[in-house]
Design a protein around this ligand. Structure first.
Ligand SMILES: *[C@@H]1O[C@H](CO)[C@@H](O)[C@H](O)[C@H]1NC(C)=O
Ligand SMILES: *[C@@H]1O[C@H](CO)[C@@H](O)[C@H](O)[C@H]1NC(C)=O
Ligand SMILES: *[C@@H]1O[C@H](CO)[C@@H](O)[C@H](O)[C@H]1NC(C)=O
Ligand SMILES: *[C@@H]1O[C@H](CO)[C@@H](O)[C@H](O)[C@H]1NC(C)=O
Ligand SMILES: *[C@@H]1O[C@H](CO)[C@@H](O)[C@H](O)[C@H]1NC(C)=O
Ligand SMILES: *[C@@H]1O[C@H](CO)[C@@H](O)[C@H](O)[C@H]1NC(C)=O
Ligand SMILES: *[C@@H]1O[C@H](CO)[C@@H](O)[C@H](O)[C@H]1NC(C)=O
Ligand SMILES: *[C@@H]1O[C@H](CO)[C@@H](O)[C@H](O)[C@H]1NC(C)=O
Ligand SMILES: *[C@@H]1O[C@H](CO)[C@@H](O)[C@H](O)[C@H]1NC(C)=O
Ligand SMILES: *[C@@H]1O[C@H](CO)[C@@H](O)[C@H](O)[C@H]1NC(C)=O
Ligand SMILES: *[C@@H]1O[C@H](CO)[C@@H](O)[C@H](O)[C@H]1NC(C)=O
Ligand SMILES: *[C@@H]1O[C@H](CO)[C@@H](O)[C@H](O)[C@H]1NC(C)=O
Length: 519
């Protein structure tokens, strides 16, 4: 009992400590935005076609790709490529960042439909061709920023094309920023990919973006919302609507924090809301990767009235999220990676609502912490073995939290997991075709892309409305409290580690945090 308590407490303290850190981050955007705008004014060079107060002319379209690339590759560090509000830029090759701290943004930094749009329009032949609108992976691309623009990937219902994501960032760089960007309909496998750069990528920030739709839910025509492989990064406050492969896919990306994102479906089935299943390229290392306070919404009834009053309705596209949060390579890939595991991630305090196959599915994992993830509003767990489920897999019945203890070790998990004998390859489940199975609660208009659920409330750690002196004080107090909490957490964790080295059951499950009153 006692050791369970310390374990849980350590977890709570850890999350509290990290939430202080993130509170600063989430308070930053406005502030930082002004700052970097001023900086860019000072640094901006002046190529002939663009003065300080002008923007790149989208016409003539047949030269705009080259004009933008020449501007970037001849203007050096800190150059801002400013696009005109409300304009479309028809491009036939990727726009390449070429030096540190460059920025591509819409003049005036609008956040809605006025953001300039890059339209992917280069040739595709025999399954390959132009897929990427912006590439920030050059060997000299630290600190580059992509802000307040839109990317129309123009797949337009075609099968996927081999090539990069709509946006390819990362590489062997640090300090990149992608914010207030809308990216949708990629020709290839992802709306936004941040590359690992030979495991040298560090500290990319992806926040306040609108992502999706991405891909099609037809077999293997899927695409991710955000694909993150860069270490010590942030994926914050993004709205991800109608992705089809993974909403947010963490490729290890150790040290990365994924917080306050909202992922939902409206007319396409999604395989995984948040994925921690990829063994490559970090060998399953999720050390310090924290997934917290995200909301994942599966399908809802599109009926407007509940005729038979059974609290369920039909969904006009039969859409679900097959797995809300997927942990461990076997969940996805079966035995493709043999007995390798995902290790050392933290999944805490996330909310699931709507229709799923499984809320959280966990297999082949070590040293994970999965706590305080909850079902909110109305939910359904539905679906059945699909034609591509292997006859050798015992696909478990749909349920909120499933875990395969045969392949999970040294982990702390919430008590409401149900144990299943075999959690391999769960994306083979299929939603029902028709029928009264979907919960009420979303927006009944199937063509609406409105968010079906409320997004998490701002955290109350420090108010964003105080004076700037008050804010700084809050920040300092926050940092001190954060450091103190980390010290306390470290003490408990050491104790936990010591406890763990004593021989006892291979696996430990913590108490349910009913009501959380004592936190
Ligand atoms: C700059 O971009 C233009 C247009 O794509 C290209 O032709 C040129 O080779 C590039 N120059 C450098 C130095 O990369
Ligand atoms: C990187 O950018 C800096 C600043 O513009 C420039 O001086 C340097 O030559 C660039 N290096 C490479 C390899 O492009
Ligand atoms: C199309 O691509 C395939 C490989 O993906 C290749 O074998 C074939 O030769 C290509 N066809 C043409 C006409 O280029
Ligand atoms: C994206 O561009 C294509 C081609 O121009 C266009 O048909 C489509 O409507 C655009 N999508 C949106 C959402 O504007
Ligand atoms: C991470 O990158 C941001 C820019 O997006 C920068 O402001 C911050 O200082 C960097 N953090 C670290 C620890 O390097
Ligand atoms: C996992 O990544 C962390 C941070 O990059 C590193 O310190 C640690 O050694 C790695 N662990 C393993 C088992 O590779
Ligand atoms: C277990 O995971 C935690 C959180 O990521 C990490 O700090 C710790 O080093 C890991 N321990 C081992 C033994 O890998
Ligand atoms: C995983 O582990 C096995 C040993 O169990 C090893 O042979 C294999 O190469 C590892 N890596 C991958 C990517 O499967
Ligand atoms: C099952 O797999 C085959 C290819 O192996 C594919 O053509 C088919 O669409 C898949 N069916 C489903 C329901 O995913
Ligand atoms: C849950 O479903 C019932 C109908 O069955 C509906 O009245 C209620 O508003 C729904 N709750 C939420 C939070 O949407
Ligand atoms: C969470 O994200 C939403 C949507 O981007 C945003 O409106 C809200 O302010 C964010 N909350 C916090 C605590 O940052
Ligand atoms: C999650 O958000 C709630 C408010 O919605 C906040 O109280 C809490 O501190 C946040 N937790 C973490 C771990 O960020």
């Amino acid at each position: 009992m006692h050791s369970r308590f310390t374990l849980t407490l350590a977890t709570v303290l850890l999350s509290a400590a990290t939430s202080y850190a993130s509170a600063h981050l989430s308070e930053d955007p406005v502030h930082r935005r002004h700052l970097s705008r001023d900086e860019s004014m000072l640094k901006r060079r002046e190529p002939n076609f663009a003065r300080d107060d002008s923007c790149v002319d989208p016409d003539p379209a047949n030269t705009v790709t080259d004009r933008m690339n020449v501007a970037l590759n001849s203007s050096g560090a800190g150059y801002v490529l400013s696009l005109c509000p409300g304009k479309q830029y028809i491009i036939n090759a990727p726009i390449l960042f070429a030096a540190p701290d460059q920025e591509i943004s819409t003049q005036g930094y609008p956040t809605g439909d006025d953001r300039a749009t890059l339209v992917v329009d280069g040739p595709v032949f025999n399954g390959t061709g132009h897929t990427t609108a912006v590439d920030g992976t050059c060997s000299n691309c630290s600190g580059v920023k992509l802000r307040n623009i839109q990317i129309n990937g123009t797949r337009l219902g075609a099968p996927p094309t081999n090539g990069g994501a709509n946006i390819e960032m990362g590489g062997a760089n640090s300090g990149q920023l992608i914010e207030y960007v809308k990216s949708y309909d990629p020709r290839s496998w992802s709306c936004l990919h941040v590359q690992e750069g030979g495991l040298n990528c560090n500290n990319a920030t992806v926040r306040n973006n609108d992502i999706g739709p991405c891909g099609s839910d037809a077999f293997q025509q899927w695409a991710d919302g955000i694909s993150m492989a860069c270490a010590n990064s942030f994926v914050l406050n993004n709205l991800i609507d109608n992705p089809t492969d993974g909403g947010i896919v963490l490729f290890g990306a150790p040290g990365t924090r994924v917080e306050n994102n909202t992922i939902w479906v409206h007319d396409q089935t999604l395989l995984g809301g948040i994925n921690m299943v990829d063994y490559d390229p970090w060998n399953g290392n999720y050390t310090g990767t924290v997934v917290t306070n995200n909301t994942i919404a599966g399908g809802f009834a599109t009926d407007t009235v509940d005729e038979d009053q059974d609290s369920k309705g039909t969904n006009s596209d039969d859409v679900i999220i097959k797995i809300g949060i997927a942990i461990g390579p076997r969940t996805w890939f079966g035995d493709r990676y043999f007995n390798n595991v995902s290790q050392s991630g933290i999944v805490i305090n996330n909310q699931l609502t709507g229709a799923f196959g499984y809320g959280i599915a966990m297999t082949s994992a070590r040293n994970f912490t999965v706590e305080q993830n909850v079902l909110t509003g109305n939910t359904s767990f539905i679906g059945s073995r699909g034609p591509n489920c292997s006859s050798s897999d015992q696909t478990p019945n749909p349920s909120p939290f499933v875990i395969d203890f045969n392949t999970v070790s040294s982990s702390t998990t919430q008590f409401d997991f149900s144990s299943v004998p075999d959690g391999d390859s769960l994306t083979c489940v299929m939603p029902p075709t028709g029928g009264d199975y979907w919960p009420f609660g979303g927006n009944p208009d199937p063509s609406s892309s409105a968010i079906p659920v409320s997004v998490p409330e701002p955290s109350t750690v420090s108010s964003g409305h105080g004076s700037s002196a008050g804010r700084t004080a809050g920040l300092v107090i926050g940092i001190i409290a954060g450091v103190a909490l980390i010290a306390v957490a470290a003490w408990f964790i050491r104790k936990w580690a010591l406890n763990r080295s004593a021989p006892r059951s291979r696996f430990r499950r913590s108490e349910y945090m009913a009501g959380k009153e004592w936190l």
